[in-house]
Design a protein around this ligand. Structure first.
Ligand code: ASP
Ligand code: MG
Length: 405
């Protein structure tokens, strides 16, 4: 008799028909004798809609009230899902995050889970119930409702699986699993049977939006093995787990393309201690995320100067320009160039640690396509290049097919 935590995302509970399908699937598992905890998201579009309503009232609503509002999305789905199970004759009880014992810090709209005391969950499981838990929400020690950041139902499921020491954690979504690339961009992309936490983190960080990043970090930290699979069919999904020796046999697990970054280049930046610190501290103070950074060797001897390029999230570009231009008089660089027409292409795989020539093969592939590389950065298990956005998809296809067969 296994204890299974299942999570169903917004598209899997988008309407009452789909909620009935979820209930039917849960009932099938229960007939096998499994004990089930089911985490659900808000019906798709509901959270966005609630945020829109709040902004119609005022542009910057109180974050405490926003959490009270957003938590209603998941509260709707838990009750409907419990009812759908009742309609099939299955005993089920819905619990809010607070009732499930999920205690968070006080950071409204992006709270962190501090601990979980799932007393009610255990009691209900023991009395033979399916327990339906609202994703994305918890409460502070003082009893205030909080939410866990967008996509936070994934985190609820992973954290509950850890707290309950579940035998299995399944993330049901609208795709068959994790793919070697986005199939809409790369037609030859295929579903992976397994992927290491670190690979999924790098792929997600590089723009592939499969799961909430924080939930994968949490799973890694607590060793929660989980499966990402579709709620629309019975195909096996992708198992996400700690890296094993055999995983190193594959050099590149996946390819991802991020078109949501922009590049800033500063020409003629004085090359002396403290200049980079000044620039990137100012950006950090403005809460601007910097991703890739490339600094050239300096030129000139009397007043050595260098060129510096870095990437930021596209929506932050204007803010970043303002911050840097504000430093111009103080630092005395000669020119700021901004480029929104970039794409960031990454290849990811734990096998890179033990294989050489991976970068050379990636660059050769791009050269053969006549695609210019504007920036390069590497980590132990990832190589990223920046190319012109008009060539991004072509680059992704070529690199995918060079490495993944
Ligand atoms: N309903 C929340 C959101 O849309 C949480 C989730 O779907 O995981 O972000
Ligand atoms: Mg969602």
């Amino acid at each position: 008799m296994a204890l299974i935590v299942q999570k169903y995302g917004g598209t899997s509970v988008a309407n009452t028909e789909r909620i009935k399908n979820v209930a039917a699937r849960v009932a099938r598992y229960r007939e096998r004798g499994d004990r089930l905890v089911v985490v659900v998201s808000a019906m798709s579009g509901v959270t966005d809609n609630l945020i829109r309503l709040a902004k119609e009232i005022m542009p910057l609503p109180s974050e405490r009230e926003l959490d009270v509002l957003l938590a209603t999305g998941e509260q709707t789905t838990i009750a409907l899902t419990a009812m759908a199970l009742h309609a099939l004759g299955v005993p089920a009880v819905s619990l809010t995050g607070a009732q499930a014992g999920i205690v968070t810090d006080r950071v409204h709209t992006k709270a962190k889970i501090m601990n979980i005391t799932p007393r009610q969950v255990h009691a209900l499981l023991d009395s033979g119930h399916v327990v339906i838990v609202a994703g994305f929400q918890g409460q502070t020690q003082e009893g205030q409702i909080t939410t866990l950041g967008r996509g936070g139902s994934d985190l609820t499921a992973i954290a509950l699986a850890a707290a309950l020491k579940a035998d299995l954690c399944q993330i049901f979504t609208d795709v068959d699993g994790i793919y070697t690339a986005d199939p809409r961009v790369v037609p030859t992309a295929r579903k992976l049977d397994e992927v290491a936490y670190d690979e999924l983190l790098e792929l997600a960080g590089a723009g592939a939006k499969v799961m909430q990043l924080r939930s994968v970090e949490f799973a890694k930290k607590f060793g929660v093995v989980f499966e990402v699979r579709s709620s629309m069919n019975d195909n096996p999904g992708t198992i996400v787990k700690e890296e094993t020796k055999s995983m190193e046999g594959v050099v590149v697990r996946g390819v991802s393309l991020d078109k949501n970054q922009a590049k800033i280049t500063l020409i003629g930046v004085p090359d002396r201690p403290g200049v980079s610190a000044r620039i990137f501290q100012a950006l950090a103070d403005a809460a601007i995320n910097v991703d890739m950074i490339v600094q050239n060797v300096s030129h000139g001897t009397a007043h050595p100067a260098t060129d510096l390029s870095f990437t930021v999230d596209k929506p932050d570009l204007l803010k970043a320009r303002k911050v840097i231009e504000g430093l111009k008089a103080e630092l005395g660089f000669s020119q700021l160039l901004a480029d929104e027409t970039i794409a960031k292409l990454s290849i990811v795989g734990v096998g890179m640690r033990s294989h050489s020539g991976v970068a050379a093969k990636m660059f050769t592939t791009l050269a053969r396509e006549g695609i210019n590389i504007e920036m390069i950065s590497t980590s132990e298990i990832k190589i990223t290049v920046v190319v012109n956005s008009a060539r991004g998809e072509q680059a992704a296809r070529a690199v995918h097919d060079a490495f993944i067969t």
